[in-house]
Design a protein around this ligand. Structure first.
Ligand SMILES: Cc1ncc(COP(=O)(O)O)c(C=O)c1O
Length: 367
């Protein structure tokens, strides 16, 4: 008798798993390197380490971990609602903003429905879409960026969700607020526009869309934001969505009752209050981008002007360069799985980490 396992759903067995940035520990173990000498610029994390105020908040919240967290997230919703000038009922908290993207597909997609997203857009859009048995419509990018008019044209009666990343990962491209607003207005009101703003806090304030304000006139808009990037809380897994009360109600019906843990909630409240940490992170990121641009240009490497905390650079033989960088203890992100086999994505690190990457890249390129 052959051992068999239950047959999974056809569309689940066809899913291509998400490929994360390689953890430092794995690279150290596999390549026999000292973890202390490894530089990781592969997951668009904040390189500064956490805000001390966040650490204090986590220590205080740790005393209560025998209790379930507040499944509603009262304090964090209260803080977010006053910061964003929305009602707490418009907010959905997520186990990372990834959770918000998943909840959108759980509430709005079934087999036979379709979701539209751009080529080279964040990998979770196709993953979450296909996990519901729905069809993903990938719209060819224009100069690596979202082609909004082609995305509008790709919407059919079967379309229930359109994903837009602004800025987008892994390309770092950005859509000007006026273009974005016109696009959202052009989308039929029975199609949910999921506007993923995971890197919003890295944009200069003048470049940020007033997306949360738009919700009042666009009830088909859901904005998702993350605490993993500029707020520096990637390991805690926390993000949020802002949307019309009726849409938030649907997201909240499909989420786990306790999807955001207590340490993450306490940390996020403290992170929101620590405005200077985020401002300093943005300033450091701006400097780091200039450092990487200058270094890449000096090496004759083409790059895409960035709007997040990472740069997409054309390595040519990116797989080989990536292997050489790894062997020298520098972890970046190959993006072949995004349809960009010649490119590497480099997260902005501390100045010395950026320098180490540039020097190691120069060696890998034989310069
Ligand atoms: C565009 C984009 N959206 C969402 C996420 C999810 O981030 P998190 O779940 O950590 O909030 C990421 C993470 O890399 C991202 O790049």
């Amino acid at each position: 008798m052959t051992a068999t396992t239950p047959v999974a759903l056809d569309y689940v067995s066809k899913l291509a798993p998400y490929i994360p940035g390689k953890p430092i520990e794995d690279v150290a173990r596999e390549l026999h390197l000292d973890p202390a000498t490894i530089v990781k610029l592969a997951s668009n994390e904040n390189p500064r380490g956490p805000s001390p105020k966040v650490l204090t908040a986590i220590a205080a919240a740790a005393a209560d971990i025998t209790r379930y967290p507040d499944g509603y997230g009262y304090h964090l919703k209260d803080a977010l609602a006053s910061r964003l000038e929305v009602s707490p009922a418009q907010l959905v908290l997520g186990n990372g903003s990834n959770d918000i993207l998943e909840l959108a597909t759980m509430a709005y997609l079934k087999p036979g429905d379709a979701a539209v997203y751009s080529q080279h857009a964040f990998a979770v859009y196709p993953l979450a879409t296909h996990a519901r048995g729905a069809t993903g419509i990938e719209v060819p990018a224009k100069d690596l960026a979202h082609d909004l008019s082609a995305m509008r044209a790709a919407i059919t009666p079967a379309t229930r969700i359109v994903f837009v990343a602004n800025p987008n990962n892994p390309t770092g491209t950005w859509i000007a607020p006026a273009d974005l607003e016109a696009f959202i207005d052009s989308v039929p009101r029975n199609v949910l526009v999921v506007l993923d703003e995971a890197y919003n806090e890295y944009l200069e304030p003048a470049d940020r869309a007033q997306s949360v304000r738009w919700i009042a006139k666009f009830p088909h808009l859901a904005v998702s934001r993350s605490f993993s990037k500029a707020y520096g809380l990637a390991a805690l897994r926390i993000g949020y969505g802002v949307m019309a009360v009726e849409v938030a109600d649907m997201f909240n019906r499909v989420r786990q009752p306790f999807n955001v843990n207590a340490l993450a909630q306490a940390a996020a409240v403290a992170a929101l209050e620590d405005v200077s940490y985020v401002d300093e992170s943005r300033a450091l990121n701006r400097q780091g981008l200039l450092q990487l641009y200058a270094g890449l240009a000096a090496l004759g490497v083409r790059y895409v002007p960035a709007h997040g905390n990472f740069v997409l650079a054309k390595g040519g033989d990116a797989a080989r360069i990536n292997t050489e960088l790894l062997h020298k203890g520098v972890i970046v992100r190959p993006v072949a799985s995004y349809g960009l086999p010649e490119w590497l994505r480099i997260s902005v690190g501390l100045p010395a980490e950026n320098e180490r990457f540039l020097a190691t890249l120069a060696q890998a390129l034989g310069r």
